[in-house]
Design a protein around this ligand. Structure first.
Ligand code: ATP
Ligand code: PAF
Ligand code: BAL
Length: 278
C-alpha cells in the first residue's frame, strides 16, 4: 500500500495502477461503514484508491471543522487490512492550490437546497466541488459512497450524469451497530446518555418503514410518534423527518420511497435514512 500527500506524488502513484480503478472518498476517522465501501471496491476493482481529506469547503461557520476527528494512523491500519493500493491524504493546498483562485464551485441545484442543504447552506456545493475535483484527479472507473448520506449520494449521481464523467457511482447500504445506530465518525462525540437518545433516529425510521403497507401518512405518523418520545425533551432536537421519492422529489403513491431524518443530540448532529416501499 502506498500513502502519498502531494498532488505530484499522487499523480505518479496513480499512473502505476491497473484498471479498473475504484475510488472511495472519505474524511478519515474510518469505521466499519467506510470499511464496507473499501471492501466493495476491493471486491470489484483491480486497484483501490482512497482519499482521506477533511474538506473545509463543506463546513459552515460554527460547524465542527476544527474538532472533526482526525485519526490517520488508525485509518491507515484499516486500509492496509482491506488491501487498499493507494491512500491519498492531501493537504488543503493540494486540493485547492492558490486558495482556489479561479473560484471553482459546483452548485448542486434545487435538490441541494432540501433537507441537509436547508440546514447547512452551501454544504453540498462544498461536497460536489471536492468530489468533482477528486473524480477529475483520480479518474476512477467506479466510485463508492454510503447510503447513510443519501442526499449526498443522490447529488453525486446527478453530478456524474450532468458532467458526463463516465464513472459508475456505487451506493453501499448503511452499516449499523447491533442496536440500530448508523455508524458515523461523529458518534465519538456522544456521551453514553446521548448515545441512548440517538437510538430514537433508527427506531423512528424502522417504525416508519413497518407502517408502509398503511400508506405515506401512516409512515410519517409512526416515525413522528417514535421520535416524539425524545423530541423537545432537551435530549434531542429534530431538524427534519421527511418522506420523499427515491430521487428526493415527490412521494410516489406506490413503490419505493425514502424516509430521512436529522436531529441534534446535545451538540452532535446526526442523520439517517431508510428505504420504504409504499
Ligand atoms: N454507516 C455507514 N454505512 C455506510 N457508509 C457510510 C457510513 N457512514 C459513512 N459512510 C460513507 O462513508 C463515506 C465517507 O463518509 P465520512 O468520512 O463523512 O464519514 P461519516 O461517518 O459519514 O462521517 P460524518 O460523521 O461526518 O457523517 C461517505 O460516502 C459516507 O456515506
Ligand atoms: C464525500 C466526502 C468525502 C466529500 O468530502 C464527504 O462528504 C463524506 O465523507 O461523506
Ligand atoms: N456528509 C458527510 C460529511 C459532512 O457531514 O460534512
Amino acid at each position: 500500500m502506498r500513502v502519498v500527500r502531494t498532488r505530484a506524488e499522487f499523480a505518479a502513484a496513480r499512473a502505476q495502477l491497473p484498471a479498473p480503478v475504484g475510488l472511495v472518498p472519505t474524511m478519515g476517522a474510518l469505521h466499519a461503514g467506510h470499511r464496507a465501501l473499501l471492501q466493495a471496491a476491493r471486491d470489484e476493482c483491480a486497484a483501490v484508491v482512497t482519499t482521506n481529506f477533511v474538506n473545509p469547503m463543506q463546513f459552515g461557520p460554527g460547524e465542527d471543522l476544527a474538532k472533526y476527528p482526525r485519526t490517520l494512523d488508525a485509518d491507515l491500519a484499516v486500509c492496509e487490512d482491506v488491501g487498499v493500493d493507494l491512500v491519498w491524504a492531501p493537504g488543503v493546498e493540494d486540493v485547492y492550490p492558490r486558495g482556489g483562485a479561479t473560484r471553482v464551485r459546483i452548485e448542486p441545484g434545487p435538490v441541494g437546497d432540501l433537507l441537509e442543504g436547508a440546514v447547512r447552506p452551501g454544504h453540498f456545493a462544498g461536497v460536489l466541488t471536492v468530489v468533482g475535483k477528486f473524480l477529475n484527479l483520480v479518474r476512477p472507473d467506479r466510485a463508492y459512497f454510503g447510503e447513510k448520506d443519501y442526499q449526498q449520494l443522490t447529488l453525486i449521481r446527478q453530478l456524474s450524469d450532468d458532467l458526463d464523467l463516465g464513472v459508475v457511482i456505487v451506493g453501499v447500504p448503511t452499516v449499523r451497530e447491533p442496536d440500530g445506530l448508523a455508524l458515523s465518525s461523529r458518534n465519538v462525540y456522544l456521551s453514553p446518555d446521548e448515545r441512548r437518545h440517538a437510538l430514537a433516529l433508527s427506531r423512528a425510521l424502522s417504525a416508519g418503514r413497518d407502517a408502509a403497507p398503511q400508506g405515506a401518512l401512516a409512515v410519517i405518523a409512526a416515525a413522528t410518534a417514535e421520535l416524539g418520545r425524545e423530541d423537545g425533551t432537551g435530549a434531542l432536537a429534530v431538524d427534519y423527518l421527511e418522506l420523499r421519492g427515491t430521487d428526493l422529489g415527490e412521494i410516489p403513491e406506490h413503490g419505493p420511497a425514502r424516509l430521512l431524518v436529522a436531529a441534534r443530540v446535545g451538540s452532535t448532529r446526526l442523520i439517517d435514512n431508510v428505504a420504504v416501499t409504499l
